[in-house]
Write a protein of this length. Sequence first.
Length: 75
Amino acid sequence: MGKSQIKNNIRTLRFFNDEMTQKELAEKVGVTRQTIIALEQQKYSPSLELAFRIAHAFGVSLDEVFSYESEDASD
């Protein structure tokens, strides 16, 4: 079975939201800056609640922030 991964556009969205810092986003959604770093580096998949909080912080829909990719999709 191939590896699945949740991809995200957090870094890009921060840039287009007045270059919001990782710390500012972390404070808005109630997590640590380290959590935002791990998310941006694809090392951590957020809970559904956190995913919605991040999308809400940017004022966009969930699928504008996160996408699900499976390596099996090419089979």
